[in-house]
Design a protein around this ligand. Sequence first.
Ligand SMILES: *Cc1c(COP(=O)(O)O)cnc(C)c1O
Length: 353
Amino acid sequence: MYELNEKIRDLVPYEPIAGEYPIRLDANESFLPLPAELRARIAQTASEAAFNRYPDPLSRDVTAAFSAYYGISPDLVTAGNGSDELISILCTSFLMKGDAMMVILPDFSMYQFYASLAEGRVVTCGKRDDLTIDVDEVIAKARAENVKMIVFSNPCNPTSLGLPREEVRRLIRSVGALVVLDEAYMDFWDQSLLGEVEQYDNLVILRTCSKAIGAAALRLGFAVASPRLTRVLRAVKSPYNVNSLSQAIGALVLGEREWEAEARERIIASRRALQASLETLAAEFPGAFSLYPSCTNFVFLKTERAKELFEGLLARGVAIRHMGGYLRVTAGSEAENAAFLEAFTALLKEGKG
Ligand SMILES: *Cc1c(COP(=O)(O)O)cnc(C)c1O
């Protein structure tokens, strides 16, 4: 019988949450659909696509739109089929077999997944009890373990916490490793390093259209790095990695600056409202759960009743994320937040007995 190798033998396909739930606050997507007027232009653009031709390998139009949106040079940008693909490319190309890649836990789980597929050695560094990052510890461990790559999200998924930019700069300057800074949620905070990426020869910043931009369906992500690193990224990616429809539609969506700014404000307002309601609840039910200060579009809770609350919410049609003793809840529409809060309050009352 054909034998599967050990790095893939026990893997199972990714399944977000099986089942149909009317309220989905589990994937940190934007709760705002694209506006009707934009959709009409998208339909027109889609109908004009050259379906018989391969896409532009350099995704030039959407890269130009992304660069204009963030005010950076397109020469520093590589488009990917979601930032997920870019993480995969970084692991397989910038790590040799057995090279150490550091993750700072808890963090986005895909980093370790792609590193082990690339036969990298995953080195883990913990966070402080309050889930903040101890940069000195990261630097010391990176040096001691001869780490070749450090990957982390800032602001962090799942903790919702941000590491101030001066600390990130200090980390990048203090290590020889490539630092992959995943800014998937930086549209909701103001500590981006996009504007200074050229100052470092060991920095790759990842951005995505899946969160604040509200276009998770397109699978569109971007790596921003110095021209030297960008050349490598463009050389190692598969030639036609971003399909023509995502390129064309992505360019339209990123061109909608006013709408995007308004959407971002509405998402942040929703997260603030969710956070405020949960803080009120935390005061009403002392000891039931605690909340972290969020600079993202989701909130992160610590509770001993995580599993029971998660399952109780599912039974009431509300999907969120459960990770050990923690819960992560995406900020939704007013109605979605209200449905979550109603179910969550009912469960807290039950628990009180
Ligand atoms: C959602 C998310 C991404 C985005 O991935 P895409 O493949 O671009 O959809 C990347 N990093 C983190 C930490 C995320 O939470």
